[in-house]
Design a protein around this ligand. Structure first.
Ligand SMILES: NC(=O)c1ccc[n+]([C@@H]2O[C@H](COP(=O)([O-])OP(=O)(O)OC[C@H]3O[C@@H](n4cnc5c(N)ncnc54)[C@H](OP(=O)(O)O)[C@@H]3O)[C@@H](O)[C@H]2O)c1
Length: 264
């Protein structure tokens, strides 16, 4: 559901995209594991010339997700404290870099020492190895019992309840994925003791109009070009090896972004 490519043909009447343009898309329709793809013109966004194509191919979906999470679901501002789970993951890494650039104090959780170094490089002020340390107790300690303004939780089942416990009064729980499985149902009354906000956003609802899509993609490419966001393309595989990539992802062997290159 994500790719960069060269426009080889356009439909009749289309004036703002032309043959030879470099464009990217992220989201529907499926079908990017291919050498060529027919796309509705409305989903193709221009790739800024300053952005390397492999970087562009690796970042749009994750980057727009990070943009929406930090600017639209909850607006991160200087002075906020944010908790990012899976801080060395594709989205997690961008969330940490961007939140730091916005002036927030960033706490990240990761599973290994190696990922902890990466999260620290990406701007986490505090990194918690949640496979070794109770992250709720550690966040409590870091924030002197105050809690964080927002949690960005893509891990789901393993972290969800702890994430609620890390929030300050009127904090925002942004649950945007479930890498460890879906969280158990939450009784509404669980939010009452701290008047918490809970949202389960999906990128496509925040990029539903052409204007929203161009805004989100433009912010991502602009922040890549200016150096605020750095993307690690730690793995490139031939497209014909796609099944091996999925096995490695499932086995948690990968970090950062993965780009599949079509066998030309
Ligand atoms: N809502 C939306 O619109 C939206 C958009 C994009 C992505 N997402 C979601 O965001 C999440 C992160 O995406 P991503 O592309 O950044 O993925 P990713 O790079 O693969 O990161 C996922 C990370 O989750 C952690 N994790 C914890 N428990 C896990 C488990 N049981 N199995 C596998 N990983 C586990 C791992 O980090 P540690 O080893 O450090 O624990 C892993 O590196 C995914 O759940 C994805 O579906 C949602």
């Amino acid at each position: 559901m994500e790719a960069v490519g060269v426009v080889t043909a356009v439909g009749p009447g289309l004036t703002d995209r032309k043959v030879g343009d470099i464009v990217a898309y992220a989201g529907n329709p499926m079908g990017s594991y291919a050498e060529e793809q027919i796309l509705p013109a409305s989903v193709a966004v221009p790739v800024a010339p300053a952005v390397d194509y492999k970087i562009a191919a690796s970042v749009l979906l994750k980057g727009m997700t990070a943009y929406v999470l930090l600017h639209r679901c909850f607006k991160v501002e200087a002075g906020h404290t944010v908790l990012v789970h899976a801080a060395a993951g594709g989205v997690g890494s961008l969330l940490c870099q961007w939140a730091k650039a916005l002036g927030a104090t960033v706490i990240g959780t990761v599973s290994t020492e190696e990922k902890a170094s990466q999260a620290a490089e990406d701007g986490c002020h505090h990194v918690i190895i949640y496979t070794k340390v109770d992250f709720v107790a550690k966040v409590n300690e870091i924030t002197s019992g105050k809690g964080v303004n927002v949690v960005y939780d893509s891990v789901g089942r393993d972290t969800f309840q702890g994430s609620l416990a890390c929030l300050m009064s009127r904090g925002y729980m942004v649950s945007f994925g479930q890498s460890s499985g879906g969280p158990d149902p939450v009784p509404l009354s669980d939010l009452a003791p701290k008047s918490l906000f809970l949202t389960r956003p999906s990128l496509m609802h925040y990029t539903a109009t052409r204007e929203e899509l161009l805004q989100a993609a433009g912010e991502v490419f602009a922040n890549i070009a200016s150096g605020v966001l750095r993307v690690r393309v730690n793995h490139t595989y031939p497209l014909s090896d796609a099944s091996r990539v999925h096995a490695d992802l499932e086995a948690r062997k990968t970090s950062g972004s993965i780009v599949l290159i079509p066998d030309s």
